[in-house]
Every structure is written in structure tokens, then in C-alpha cells.
Design a protein around this ligand. Sequence first.
Ligand code: NAD
Length: 292
Amino acid sequence: MKIAFIGLGNMGAPMAANLAAAGHEVTGFDTAAPAPSGVTAAPGATEAVGGADVVITMLPNGAILRSVAERIVPAMRAGAVLCDCSTVDVDSARAVAQMARDAGLGALDAPVSGGTGGAQAGTLTFMVGGGTQDFATVQPLFEIMGQKAVHCGDSGAGQAAKICNNMILGVTMIATCEAFALADKLGLDRQKMFDVVSTSSGYSWSMNAYCPAPGVGPKSPADNDYRPGFAAELMLKDLTLARMAAESVGAATPMGMLAQQEYEAFVEHEDGRGRDFSAMLPRLAARGVTAG
Ligand code: NAD
């Protein structure tokens, strides 16, 4: 297949490189990052997409996605599919899909989970919104870049699945961290706490697979001085998208809202930026509350 790849950052570069390594003809464009090995650099986004069967975008946010889409959609060939893998707000995902369809193109929103490690290893999970035919067209590429692609429904459904998943993740990570901080103050050993909770009803991915306590459970960013992993500011981005989505449809998400506020305080006003999102544990352990 002829593929154009717009946005060759931490995620996009290894995803594009994996497609090229699998034998596809990949042309890439990024305003700042260089093209990875096997990918032909184009001088601009419109030049990159001209002959492509599938155009993949991996960009920072919905506003940038919309502005890139406005430029590339008119330059794409009829029948090609625009597949956005960025994490963006549901409204932008739907607006861009509509723009593509109005121009006679296919459109998918296909955000990922798995992080930069998954992008490099080709083990991402894709959550996909859009038409069945477009999903079938891009499925072979999802199989190269990832290990699983779930067709979640119409346009926007992929982004909806992504933010719902990450809202659960943000909330359970904070709950796991505050339980460790409470255990500390109660004199309960962290290893014992892990041994109990990881096999009891408090277990979760945050506890069992990504334990925020250093030296406890499987290897995780906590064991690497909380270097990301999944950075706190990316969790804040996803919780903010969840909050926007909840407000736009009138859904009650009190825990998601609180988690968004906690990560916002951590990233914007404390030392959270650039640290793994599990560094919520040292933050809470240090904070404490004076007994009143
Ligand atoms: P990044 O900042 O490393 O990459 C984004 C790239 O887009 C940059 O190289 C930037 O130069 C480029 N760019 C910006 N404006 C552009 C434009 N107008 N035209 C062309 N290129 C442009 O970010 P990333 O970590 O690769 O994340 C990309 C997307 O994937 C984000 O939406 C993010 O939320 C999502 N995501 C990231 C992770 C992760 O762990 N990094 C995990 C899951 C999802």
C-alpha cells in the first residue's frame, strides 16, 4: 500500500518505521521531527498525501488535527482513507471524519494505547471509530503497528473508548497511590500491601501491572525514579478530554473530574511535568493532612 504519515514524533516515527519495514511505501511529513529509517520525507503535508491509499495522522491535539485535515483532505485522491491515530476530543474526531466524507474519502478515528514502547514493538491496541469498509481497508496496517484493533462503532467511538479507558486508569492510579500513602502512615509495609491487594478485590492494572511503589511488584517507572512511561501531562490531557466529553453530553463523572483536578495541580503547579503519572504516590505520601 502507499501510505502517507503526518506527525513523526515519539509515537508516529516508530509506527511509520514499522509500516515501512513491513514492505509498504511510506511517505512522511512532520513540521519538526525527521523521517525515520525507511520513510521518504515529503516537503509538506499536501505533497505527502497525493498518491496515498491511506493517510495516517499522529498529532498533538484536535486543533492541529483540524488544521492539518483542512490542508490534506483536498489533496487526497478519491477513495483514500484518512486514519487519525492521535488522541483528540470526540468533536474534532467527528468533524474531521465529516470533512473527509464530504470530499469522498474514508475516515477512521483510531487512537491507541500502549505508549512509545508499544509503538516501537508494534504491539499497540487500536480503538477504532468509522465505517466497516474503511476499517477493513486499514486493518492490515493495524496488524503491523499493533496486536489488537477493536472496531468500536461510528466516527468518534474510538476516541470515546480511549478517554473512558484512561479516565478509569487515572482514577485507579490515584486510588492506588493514596492507599499506599495511607498504608505508610498506618505502618503497613508496602510489600505486604501489594501482596494482599494484588490478589484481593482492590486489584487493578495500576496495582498489578504498573505498581507505583518502587521495589514492589513488577518493574515499572517507579523503579526508574518515575521517569515516564506515561507522563503525568499526557494523563492530564486525557482526563481533560474526558471532562470535556462528559460536559458536552451531560454525563456525571465525579471521580474523573477529581482525578483531572489532581493531575492538573500536579502538572501545572507542582513538579509533575515530565514525571510518570504514577509519581502521584510520592506526591501524596509527602503531602499528608494534619489531623484535626
Ligand atoms: P509528539 O509531540 O512526540 O509528536 C507529535 C508530532 O507532531 C511532533 O513531532 C510535531 O512536530 C508534529 N506536528 C505538530 N504539528 C504538526 C503539523 N501541523 N504538521 C505535521 N506535524 C506536526 O507526541 P506523541 O507522543 O508522538 O503523541 C502523538 C499523539 O499520540 C498525541 O495525540 C498523544 O496524546 C497520543 N498518544 C501518545 C502516547 C505516548 O505515550 N506518547 C500514548 C498514546 C497516545
